[in-house]
Design a protein around this ligand. Structure first.
Ligand code: ZN
Length: 330
């Protein structure tokens, strides 16, 4: 059967009309079709190249770890404060009078400084600086790597790397530096499941344009709509477990001793809203997707790790394509 479809001419006109009438904001979520050469996304309003399922944290109480060495330019405590502020911008978004159902907890510092997800070792959601030896394209300011279940879109792990090898990050708004808080706010959006927005006013725009870039510290309407859609307001259960998948470890996989874990921890780590039902790891009544997970969760073919290109080529105000690659399933 052919996969081609022919739209009636009137249908095309109708679509164009809809696009012309679309609101200025159009947030996009990262989707499960993200692949080495595919920018998988699902946008609102819908775009013609939307595909796959949006990714999301199934347990919206999330622990992150700041890498203990921070940067030669950014002391550890300065980094901690900026990262906290960046996440707070998202968790305090106004969803019609309530915050999104989302909580970010700073956990123990990470010793590991790699963006890795370990399918049989402990994990941490690490924010780290690469002062030397940034291995990706030098024009990228940062990269957030999100690992998710390809079948459900549930995020397993997210790590954020800041390119201090090539860029002078600052925290005081100096015009010749890269505003750390702006970049962190943008990356936090990726961390939480958002993709780049076509709205140039959004914190999730792919364009970093000094000196206006400090506007990115504050969410635009587009960003607010996105985070409220992913994590609609609601209570978090007291028992909601924020432990990273397979347990927390400050160490990289190769430095972890002890028995190798052959399965995620068993038992329910549920953040369902009261009255919801957890079916095969999916909280069926929760708006916006899964809100509870029972381990071992259905893994299907496995997890995919996707590095999301960050703000790019800032000083020349050009956007460049981000490198993406899929790694081994978990
Ligand atoms: Zn980005």
């Amino acid at each position: 059967m052919s996969t081609k479809r022919t739209l009636p001419f009137a249908g095309v006109i109708g679509l164009l009309g809809m696009l012309a009438a679309a609101p200025a904001h159009a947030y996009c979520r990262t989707s499960t079709t993200s692949a080495p050469t595919v920018d998988g996304h699902v946008c609102t309003p819908a775009q013609k190249d939307d595909s796959g399922l949006p990714v999301f944290w199934g347990m919206p109480r999330i622990t992150y770890s700041v890498q203990v060495d921070a940067s030669k330019d950014i002391p550890f405590d300065t980094a901690r404060l900026a990262i906290r502020t960046a996440f707070d911008a998202w968790t305090s978004a106004d969803c019609e009078g309530q915050p999104p159902r989302l909580e970010l907890i700073e956990g123990a510092p990470a010793i590991c400084a790699l963006d890795e997800y370990n399918k049989d070792r402990g994990n941490a959601n690490i924010i780290f600086f690469v002062d030397e030896g940034w291995s990706d394209d030098s024009f990228k300011l940062a990269i957030t790597t999100v690992t998710f279940d390809v079948n459900s879109g549930e995020i397993y792990d997210a790590d954020m790397a800041l390119n201090t090898t090539h860029w002078p990050f600052t925290t005081n708004g100096a015009p010749d530096g890269i505003d750390l808080l702006s970049v962190l706010t943008h990356e936090a959006g990726h961390f939480l499941g958002l993709n780049h927005s076509p709205d140039p006013e959004a914190s999730m725009t792919a364009h970093y344009q000094p000196p206006e870039q400090m506007d990115m510290r504050s969410l635009a309407e587009d960003d607010r709509a996105g985070i409220c859609a992913i994590y609609p307001p609601g209570p978090l259960a007291d028992g909601c477990d924020a432990t990273p998948r397979h347990g927390f470890s400050a160490l990289c996989a190769e430095d972890q001793s002890g028995p190798v874990l052959d399965a995620p921890p068993t038992g329910e780590r549920c953040c369902c809203l009261e009255g919801d039902t957890c079916v095969d790891g999916i909280c069926v009544e929760a708006p916006g997707g899964c809100a509870c997970t029972t381990h071992p969760a259905p893994l299907g073919p496995g997890a995919v790790t996707i590095p999301l290109a960050a703000l790019v080529a800032s000083l020349r105000r050009r956007r460049a394509a981000g490198g993406r690659r899929a790694q081994a399933p978990s």
